[in-house]
Design a protein around this ligand. Structure first.
Ligand code: ZN
Length: 305
């Protein structure tokens, strides 16, 4: 029999370890997410805080932001841009600008290949036409018609490839509210969403081009001819396996000037939050945003004051 004092000490130690391990479990529950921004033909300075706040509210992420040097910055500034992707489970790109240094490109490709989860928002798919692995990862980017095949969904709901050089290249008509059609309602990200929901006013990307290999299209939108569109169902959300990793793209999320309607859409927020969780874990625990948009009406979160 241990003396009483030793038994008390053992009890205290056990209690301490239980508290410590539950604290660790809580910290481990959170996924480490890195937002990359710094150059964009969109107002990335307005975008990142809105997206970050909504990701934080989801309660699943600890978030860092890394900002690249501005366009035309000297080499020494780029030499200092060396994000350590290996510290993160998710990288979200809000970047559309100059090509990253080779070391950073190699590191990103390696990180995704080893199981990292990359999330591409709107014009982030415009970036890097000259980077082959990037194009393989995003599948479709803002490129001209000769760049590569295009992918649309036909009237029967089946994917249809168009050859390079045929049909339209990348473009969009004027911003408007448009319905999102869920094409895979079993996927963890889209599960529980209405099969058609109204997206807040946004650009409707069409004619995106790329290698378009191993594309898993989760949702499309009809690009109407009377909205300067293509008369086709254009991919809005898709994912691509890359090594052990996953790359999740949504072309929703245009922010020009201070008009943040597209990213304040409650549907967009769910797509982003759940996409980030899913690329990291293969599961989704984040519920759909409250007041999720129904078929005929967009629903936005209020503008931050
Ligand atoms: Zn845009």
């Amino acid at each position: 029999m241990f003396p009483l004092v030793l038994r008390k000490l053992a009890w205290c130690l056990t209690a301490f370890l239980v508290v410590l391990s539950s604290d660790l479990a809580r910290a481990e529950d959170k996924l480490k997410l890195l937002i990359v921004d710094g150059q964009n033909n969109h107002n990335w300075k307005a975008m990142t805080p809105v997206m970050r706040a909504e990701l934080e509210k989801a309660g699943r992420f600890t978030i860092d932001v890394v900002t690249t040097p501005p366009n035309g910055a000297p080499k020494k500034d780029w030499d200092a841009f060396r994000p350590d992707f290996s510290k993160y489970e998710v990288v979200l790109s809000n970047y559309n600008g100059e090509l990253w240094p080779e070391e950073v490109r190699v590191a990103l490709v390696k990180w995704v290949g080893n199981g990292g989860g990359l999330v591409i928002i709107h014009a982030a798919n415009n970036a890097f036409p000259e980077w082959p692995e990037w194009n393989r990862m995003i599948g479709l980017g803002w490129r001209d018609a000769n760049y590569g095949p295009r992918l649309t969904i036909d009237a029967r709901g089946l994917p249809m490839k168009t050859e390079p050089g045929k049909g339209p290249g990348a473009g969009h008509g004027p911003q408007h509210e448009y319905p999102i059609d869920i094409r895979d309602s079993e996927h963890p990200v889209t599960q529980g969403m209405p099969l058609r929901w109204m997206h807040g006013a946004d650009e409707l990307y069409h004619g995106q081009r790329g290698p378009a290999e191993e594309m898993n299209v989760l949702a499309t939108a009809y690009s109407a001819n009377d909205r300067s569109g293509t008369g086709a169902h254009e991919p809005m959300i898709w994912w691509i396996p890359f090594g052990k990793g996953k790359v999740f793209t949504t072309v929703m999320g245009h922010v020009g000037g201070n008009d943040t309607r597209a990213i304040r859409c409650r549907g967009f927020i769910s797509v982003m939050n759940r996409g980030c969780e899913w690329v990291a874990t293969g599961k989704v625990t984040i519920p759909l945003t409250a007041d999720f948009p129904p078929t005929h009406e967009a629903r936005l979160i209020p503008e931050a004051k």
